[in-house]
Ligand binder design. Structure first.
Ligand SMILES: [Ca+2]
Length: 228
């Protein structure tokens, strides 16, 4: 009884003070939350502005045939052309054979270009004029192989440049360091024609990575024989 009376006997000003402190605490929390949100937004904007700091320029485009040991491959090949420049983390251009009808049986590679804005780094997938692009060919999941270099001298160009990938052992079904009669015998066992999918054991004979072992691959085998 006495305790209850004590509770209800608190001054009104004390309750108001507590309510005021409670409201003030809530306000501070909301302000801190808003400040955090604003800080994150500004940070995201800053990151975005860094990634897009350069001024985009018209692409430099390359086209032509892709050859392996002097024999052209076609658009059915699982082959990719990649362009890289020094100091840029990602490719500045890439083309997968067959990706564009404009390229026909060849390739069409666009090199992304930009002019760096003062005080800002360029994108991590674009080149600038005066850099030299390294052109690489990748067959299937093989490592990329350098086939040519291309000095970028101006923007908005379109030039033909055939790319010839040299493969020491195009058909290497027997790992003895040479293309010989053993590879020839293995190849005959894998020959299924252009409509038959290649089996894993015969991928060594699918030179152009067309997912079939056919007369085109035979041509590479023959050329490797004649080169020995
Ligand atoms: Ca093939």
């Amino acid at each position: 009884m006495i305790e209850g009376e004590r509770m209800t006997a608190r001054p009104i000003s004390d309750r108001k003070t507590k309510m005021h402190i409670s409201n003030l605490t809530g306000c501070v929390r909301r302000c801190v939350k808003s400040a955090r949100l604003m800080l994150l937004t500004l940070l995201a904007m800053a990151i975005g502005s860094i990634a897009w700091a350069g001024i985009p320029q018209p692409d430099a485009a390359l086209f032509g045939n892709v050859l392996i040991n002097g024999l052209p491959i076609n658009s059915s090949s699982d082959v990719k052309i990649v362009a890289r420049v020094e100091g840029v983390a990602r490719p500045v251009g890439a083309y997968k054979m067959g990706a564009s009808t404009f390229a026909g049986e060849g390739y069409l590679l666009k090199l992304r270009l930009e002019a760096p804005a003062p005080g800002s780094p360029v994108r991590d997938d674009a080149a600038i004029v005066s850099q030299t692009a390294r052109l690489l060919v990748q067959r299937g999941s093989d490592p990329e192989s350098l086939v040519a270099t291309y000095p970028i001298t101006t923007i908005g160009t379109l030039e033909r440049l055939d790319l010839n990938l040299i493969v020491a052992e195009p058909v290497n079904c027997v790992a003895d360091g040479a293309t010989n009669a053993a590879d020839h015998r293995a190849f005959r066992g894998c020959m299924g024609g252009p409509t038959a999918d290649v089996i894993p054991a015969c991928q060594c004979a699918d030179v152009d990575r067309s997912n079939s072992v056919d007369l085109r691959d035979w041509a590479w085998l023959q050329s490797a024989f004649s080169a020995n």
